[in-house]
Design a binder for this molecule. Structure first.
Ligand SMILES: Cc1ncc(COP(=O)(O)O)c(C=O)c1O
Length: 391
């Protein structure tokens, strides 16, 4: 038996697919560099391995949300340009400056903290000023921009920071033609122009996430920041399927059927008995549950391929397991139950699970828990990582 055949569950990560997706996205935005967004353990795919694969395929930057995520990549030996954007007061500014990580600055408190850290470190901080152009989340509002730009330029003149980037983030890029897209682009152009007139000479100006990379070419500027599309998932079914964009899903989630048994008609299934067998039938026990990231909200709805047939979760998803009604079929224990994947075997997609759980496919892959080993597959070779590779 090979190393992975006996696993209770596995999230297979196809690194060749990830590299191919990076190449497809680079071709879409050929005038810009590509930042591989590997936050949240690369959307559940494993940050270190995905970062390496993305860099191999020509990504020029890596992006994370938290500084801790970026620092963990540096500690694992990943070099090159790296940026993180989700800061709170007292964050590890000095560590980030010393690790040559670009840090996002959305307001005066952050500028003050990074200037202090850079002064202590004796190294200029690489800062990227974030413009609030309409998402209504992080970023410096237009009214406060002159003060922030002026203070950042003063710090730059003093040698404590270097303004390496000007950037922003879309609210509705996954809704083609949404009026906010053009409106945000206008505000971004005005704000970058203001900063550049004030003397900022950014290496990169950037706004585009996956949907904008795929469908809003005028948003590409110098750099695109792609997450979900790199993992082979369409950012929005409205925009097209992943296949429409030439992308291939990277994660396949499967489990070994733990038990197959015969039950009579009228048998209640799982907590609360929300499913009752309508006839004598067979049940399959799939040993993954909400502790593994399977949404409890998909109880009675989530699809799974068992022995070549689509089945639907019967009753509630429990912490560690759920049940499918096999309709009299008797696959052997150990048969693979494939929850989602690229579809080669006819299995459901992460998007099918998103529909079943009233969410988006981003959440389906990102929430797969640490208890599920990631099995990295590359050109036929397999390697198992027990749990996420960055803890
Ligand atoms: C600031 C920022 N840029 C880029 C991305 C990547 O977005 P997507 O996964 O849609 O490509 C994200 C993810 O939400 C983000 O927070």
């Amino acid at each position: 038996m090979n190393e992975t055949a006996s696993l209770r569950a596995r999230a297979e990560i196809d690194l060749a697919a990830l590299r191919a997706n990076v190449r497809v996205l680079r071709a879409r935005a050929s005038g810009a560099q590509l930042m591989a967004v590997v936050k949240s353990d690369a959307y559940g795919h494993g940050a270190l391995r995905c970062a390496r694969a993305a860099l191999d395929a020509g990504a020029a930057w890596l992006g994370t949300a938290t500084p801790q995520e970026a620092l963990a990549l540096r500690a694992a030996g990943i070099g090159g340009r790296m940026m993180c954007w989700l800061w709170t007061p007292g964050g590890p500014w000095r560590e980030a400056v010393e690790a040559d990580i670009d840090v996002s600055v959305s307001g005066m408190w952050a500028l003050r903290e990074v200037v202090d850290a850079a002064t202590e470190a004796g190294i200029p901080a690489r800062i990227q000023l974030k413009a609030a152009t309409g998402l209504g989340r992080n970023g410096c509002p237009p009214a406060d921009w002159p003060e922030l730009v002026c203070a950042a330029r003063t710090a730059e003149a003093a040698g404590t920071v270097r303004i390496t980037g000007l950037w922003s983030h879309f609210a509705c890029a996954d809704e083609p033609g949404h009026p906010s897209i053009a409106a945000q682009l206008d505000v971004f152009r005005d704000m970058t122009e203001y900063a550049q007139k004030a003397g900022a000479e950014p290496e990169v100006r950037h706004m585009a996430n996956s949907p904008a990379t795929l469908t809003v070419p005028e948003s590409h500027f110098d750099l695109v920041r792609t997450g979900i599309a790199m993992y082979g998932i369409s950012p929005s079914p409205e925009l097209g399927t992943s296949a429409d964009f030439g992308l291939r899903p990277v994660m396949t989630l499967a489990a070994s059927v733990a038990l197959v048994k015969q039950v009579p008609e009228g048998h209640g299934i799982s907590y609360g008995h929300h499913y009752t067998t309508s006839t004598e039938t067979t049940l399959g026990l799939v040993p993954v549950g909400y502790a593994d990231g399977i949404p409890r909200h998909a109880s009675g709805r989530g699809p799974v391929l068992v022995d070549g047939k689509w089945r639907t979760i019967a009753g509630r998803v429990a912490m560690d397991q759920f049940v499918v009604d096999l309709g009299g079929d008797t696959p052997a224990p150990g048969a693979q139950a494939v929850l989602f994947g690229p579809g080669d075997r006819g299995e459901p997609s992460a998007e099918d699970w998103a529909v079943a759980a009233d969410t988006i496919a981003y959440e389906i892959v990102t929430r797969i828990g640490a208890r599920v080993p990631r099995v990295y597959v590359d050109k036929g070779q397999e390697h198992v990582d027990e749990g996420p590779d960055l803890s």
